[in-house]
Design a protein around this ligand. Sequence first.
Ligand SMILES: Cc1ncc(COP(=O)(O)O)c(C=O)c1O
Length: 362
Amino acid sequence: MTNRVYNFSGGPAMLPIPVMETVQKEFLDFHGLGASIVEISHRLPVFIDIIETTKSLFRELTGLPNNYKVLFMHGGAQMQFSAVPLNLMSMKSHKGSYFITGRWGTLAENEARKYGNTEILMDGKEFEYRQIPQYDTSSLDQDSSYAHMTTNNTLYGTRWHQFPDTGNVPLVADATSDILSREMDYSQFGIVYAGLQKNLGTSGTGLVVVREDLLGHALPETPKLLDYALFDEHNSLPNTINVFAVYVMCLVLEWVKEQGGVPEMEKLAEKKSSLLYEILDNSELYSSVAHPKHRSTMNVTFHFPQEELLQKFLTESDNEGLFGLMGHAMVGGARASIYNAMPLEGVDALAQFMIEFERKNG
Ligand SMILES: Cc1ncc(COP(=O)(O)O)c(C=O)c1O
């Protein structure tokens, strides 16, 4: 593989090479069918097998309790910003409560307002989202329909190290940018959802893990294709599913399992991110965006003292095959997204580049 770069993009992001090689190998003729997996009916047993394998691999890798359903839905993560209130808002006090720790949480709350009342439990805006603010969960209204959080804040490079205990209020987590990168006890959550484009495969489809008792509460105006109960009833096939996305996710999960599962992914993520944070902590040039107590192991964000140095950094790193390091427009600076598929060698190469860049420009 000669001209592949190390791809630090925020998402869609790097996929494991063996996954892409399998896709390439199987694309014209899937397992002797004489047709591609994207050319056959999503209702044929050969595809149903893929859905079932994907769900059971996910259950196995996460230790998902039996009373949770695994759904595949259209529209990626942001579609869930609408689906969550549409499916849960009818419960209890018709109010969605939001922990705002970054841009995605803000957008989720804005969307929910269209379907009912919302309440902001805390907002990290005053800290420029560089940290997760303290919140005393004892003040949470136990009559809320649900409480929504973002486990990892992709733009700012922060994450919750410990999830809030919301008591009887179902906790809903957008885990798009750290799913399968750390061990999580799913029984703490009512719903966990994620767009597939970072640690699970390709964009445009969402994984939704939902506790059984939260099915069947959709508001009457809920569009058919956003109703969790309907997706559950039809095994995620109320219409034509994104066959390719599920197929790739299946291969990604097989790869994660071969690597040693989520515990190994977590160790690797700690190792990769520590390499970069150590450089930031010892640097006179780079400054870390995220507060050390709330740093992400998936997105490492840093600023430069001058815009020209940032531009120089981006151009030179790109020339070295270190691709996609520009920070999000709302945060500026640089961001190294180091999801599960980023090998340690890629982070090592970036670390060496950063040290050398500081030596020359610091
Ligand atoms: C935490 C989080 N939530 C939501 C989204 C939006 O995902 P999508 O483009 O699949 O709607 C992203 C995308 O980067 C994200 O990181």
